[in-house]
Design a protein around this ligand. Structure first.
Ligand code: VHF
Length: 471
C-alpha cells in the first residue's frame, strides 16, 4: 500500500477511495454557480476519510461549467475550441475553489490533468501512476480531470466516469464512488414506475437489467449508461464501484464503513497472501462479516448500488493493454488459436484467419475469434463467416501487411515469406490481454474502443448541441 509503481493502494484497514463528481454535482445546471454546500460537504468527507486512514482521490468535472459562469456564457458552445477555451478558464477557478475549501481543513491537494494519449503511452501512464502514489504517500488528495485543452474528439475520454474508472484501476483503488443525482440504480424508471425496485448489489454486471434513463444533465456528458461502462471497467480491475447520490456526500463515509465491515478476516488473509506474492485478489464477500467490524454494519447504510469487484481482476499491464490503448485494427483467429490463448500460449500465425486495418509493429489490435473459417475469400472479401467475437487485445510483433502474408502459415515459414523473422509469435502471451466476463465489451465489432463507443452513444443523447458539445 505504501509503495510506488505497480503496487496496490490496499491495506487491511485502510482503503483507496476514488470519488467522482460530475458537472451536475459541481455547478448549478441553470445558473452555473458552484454548488458550495455539496463541495464543502465533499471536502469534509474526504478529510474525514483521510483521518480514518484511507487514501482519497477526487475526479472532478466542472471546468467547462465554471468557465461558463466566469465568462457569463449561458449555453455550452458548439465548437470544440470554444469548449476548450472555457475549460481552460474554468479549470483554474475550479482548482482555486477546491484549494480554498480544503485549505480551511489544512488538507493539501494537487491537480492531475490527463488525456487518453497520456494513458496510451506506457511510460506516461506509469509516470501518472507513480505521481499519484507519491502524492497519496505525502497525505495529499489528488484532484483529477481530463486535460480538455489538449483532448480532441477522437482521443478524449469525453465523460469523467470512464476517466475515474481508469484512474481507480491505475492506482489499484478499492472503491470508486460515481456520485450522481439519484440514490441508486433501479430496475425500472422510478419516476414513471411506482413499483420500481432499487438494485443494491450487482455481483454479475453482465446480467444487469437496470433502467439507464436516470441521471445526467445538460452540462455534463455522462449519464447512467456511462456509469455502467465505468463500473464494468473498474470492477474488472478489482475495484468495488458504488453509484450513490451526490447531494449527501456524508453517505460516502457510511458506505465505506459498510464495505470495510463486509470484508471478512479470511478474505483479508487471502488478499494479504496474494499481495505478498505480487498477485492480485479481490476480497469482498457480501455474505461474510468480520466479527471485529460487526458493529459497523449496524450503522444504517444509505441507499446505493454496489458493483462487486471481479474475483479475477485484470490489472497493471494487462488492464492497460485492454483499456488504455486504442486498437488500430483487428486480427481474426480460429477456435484453436483462441483455446491456445486461454491456455496462456502466444498467438502463432497458423491460428490467424484474417486481418483488418492498417497497423505497425507494437501497435494495439483487437483479437476476435470467428465462428467459421473459409478456405477462399467470400464475396465480402473475408476469410470467415458468421459471428466474430472480440476476446481480447494484443500488442503485435508484425505490421498488418506482414500478418496478411504469414497468416495461416507455420512460424518456420515466416522468414521465407516476409524476409525476416523477429519472433515466432504474432503476439507474445505477455502482450495479449483477454477480457474477463465483466470487462468484455458489449459491442465487439465497433470501430472505436467499445467503452468510447458506448460513451459516445450516451453523449449523443445528453449533449444539448452538435459536434463539439461532447467535450
Ligand atoms: N472535463 C470536463 C467534464 C466532462 C464531463 O462532462 O464529465 P461529466 O460531468 O462527468 O459527464 C469538465 O471539467 O468540464
Amino acid at each position: 500500500m505504501e509503495g510506488h509503481g505497480e503496487v496496490s493502494m490496499r491495506g487491511p484497514r485502510s482503503l483507496g477511495v476514488v470519488i467522482k463528481l460530475g458537472t451536475s454535482s459541481i455547478v448549478d445546471e441553470k445558473t452555473h454557480e458552484p454548488l458550495l454546500s455539496i463541495l464543502t460537504s465533499i471536502v469534509e468527507t474526504a478529510v474525514r476519510l483521510r483521518k480514518d486512514g484511507h487514501k482519497v482521490i477526487i475526479v472532478s468535472s466542472g471546468a467547462i461549467g465554471v468557465g461558463l459562469r466566469r465568462m457569463d456564457v449561458d449555453r455550452r458552445p458548439k465548437h470544440l475550441s470554444k469548449l476548450q477555451a472555457l475549460a481552460a478558464i474554468g479549470q483554474c477557478r475550479l482548482m482555486s475553489l477546491w484549494d480554498s475549501l480544503f485549505t480551511h481543513l489544512r488538507q493539501p491537494i494537487a491537480q492531475i490533468l490527463l488525456t487518453r494519449n497520456d494513458i496510451a503511452d506506457r511510460s506516461r501512464y506509469l509516470n501518472a501512476q507513480n505521481t499519484i502514489h507519491e502524492l497519496l504517500d505525502m497525505g495529499v488528495i489528488p484532484i483529477v480531470n481530463e486535460n480538455d485543452t489538449l483532448a480532441v474528439s477522437e482521443i478524449k475520454f469525453g465523460d469523467n466516469d470512464t476517466l475515474s474508472a481508469i484512474t481507480a484501476a491505475m492506482v489499484h483503488a478499492d472503491v470508486l464512488f460515481l456520485m450522481t443525482d439519484v440514490d441508486c440504480l433501479y430496475d425500472k424508471n422510478p419516476r414513471t414506475n411506482p413499483d420500481a425496485q432499487p438494485i443494491e448489489v450487482v455481483d454479475d454486471i453482465g446480467q444487469l437489467v437496470a433502467d439507464v434513463s436516470q441521471a445526467g444533465s445538460s452540462l455534463g456528458t455522462g449519464g447512467m449508461s456511462t456509469k455502467i461502462v465505468a463500473a464494468r471497467l473498474a470492477t474488472s480491475a478489482g475495484v468495488t464501484t458504488v453509484i450513490t447520490r451526490s447531494s449527501n456526500p456524508g453517505n460516502i463515509v457510511k458506505i465505506v464503513k459498510h464495505i470495510q465491515a463486509s470484508r471478512s478476516p479470511a478474505s483479508l488473509a487471502t488478499q494479504a497472501n496474494a499481495e505478498d506474492q505480487g498477485g492480485a485478489s479481490t476480497t469482498e464477500d457480501p455474505m461474510s462479516v468480520s466479527t471485529a467490524s460487526l458493529a459497523d454494519l449496524t450503522v444504517s447504510t444509505p441507499l446505493h448500488t454496489r458493483f462487486l469487484p471481479s474475483p479475477h481482476p485484470v490489472r497493471d499491464r494487462y488492464f492497460w493493454i485492454l483499456h488504455g490503448l486504442r486498437p488500430h485494427g483487428t486480427i481474426y483467429i480460429d477456435a484453436g488459436a483462441h483455446k491456445a490463448l486461454t491456455g496462456r500460449a502466444g498467438l502463432l500465425p497458423v491460428g490467424v484467419v484474417d486481418v483488418e486495418g492498417t497497423f505497425a509493429q507494437q501497435e494495439a489490435v483487437r483479437i476476435c475469434v470467428v465462428e467459421k473459417k473459409r478456405s477462399t475469400p467470400g464475396e465480402d472479401g473475408k476469410m470467415w463467416e458468421g459471428a466474430a467475437t472480440e476476446v481480447g487485445r494484443a500488442l503485435v510483433n508484425y505490421a498488418s501487411f506482414e500478418i496478411k502474408q504469414i497468416k495461416g502459415h507455420q512460424s518456420t515459414e515466416i522468414k521465407s515469406l516476409i524476409g525476416y523473422a523477429d519472433s515466432e509469435y504474432i503476439a507474445q502471451r505477455e502482450s495479449i490481454s483477454l477480457f474477463s466476463r465483466e470487462s468484455r465489451p458489449a459491442t465487439p465489432s465497433r470501430e472505436a474502443m467499445p467503452e468510447i463507443a458506448e460513451v459516445a452513444d450516451a453523449a449523443e443523447g445528453s449533449a444539448d448541441e452538435g459536434e463539439g458539445a461532447a467535450l
